[in-house]
Ligand binder design. Structure first.
Ligand code: ZN
Length: 109
C-alpha cells in the first residue's frame, strides 16, 4: 500500500514509513529499532520529528500522513485541501495505522 506526499504527490510505501524510514535518520541502529516498536503517538515525539525533518520528512498526526518528503522541492508548499482531508482521516482513525493507510489509498491521498 502507498500513501502520497501532501506537497509533491510522491508515493511512499506504508511499510517503508513504518519500519525503514527511521534508519535514514542519524539515530543509532538500536534506537531506530526501538522506535519501530513505539506507539503511533510516541513515534512522533519532537525528538523524532526533528530527526525526520533533518532527512526531509515532515509528518502530520501520523507517520502515514507525509506532509513533506525527501522528494519535495525546497519551496513547494503542501496542498491545503489534501492536508485538511488527511488530517481529518488521522483524527478519525487515531492509532489505527492500517485503517489510515487503507483510507488514504482509497482516496489516493
Ligand atoms: Zn514530497
Amino acid at each position: 500500500m502507498d500513501v502520497h506526499c501532501t506537497t509533491c504527490g510522491e508515493p511512499w510505501d506504508v511499510y517503508h514509513l513504518r519500519h525503514d524510514a527511521i534508519y535514514e535518520t542519524d539515530l543509532s541502529h538500536a534506537e531506530a529499532k526501538a522506535w519501530t516498536g513505539l506507539s503511533p503517538q510516541l513515534k512522533l515525539l519532537d525528538r523524532y520529528r526533528e530527526k525526520f525533518k533533518a532527512v526531509g520528512y515532515e509528518f502530520g498526526g501520523s507517520v502515514l500522513n507525509v506532509m513533506r518528503c525527501p522528494g519535495c522541492s525546497k519551496d513547494a508548499k503542501p496542498d491545503s485541501d489534501k492536508a485538511a482531508f488527511k488530517a481529518g482521516i488521522v483524527e478519525l482513525l487515531g492509532d489505527d495505522e492500517d485503517g489510515i493507510a487503507a483510507t488514504m489509498e482509497d482516496f489516493r491521498l
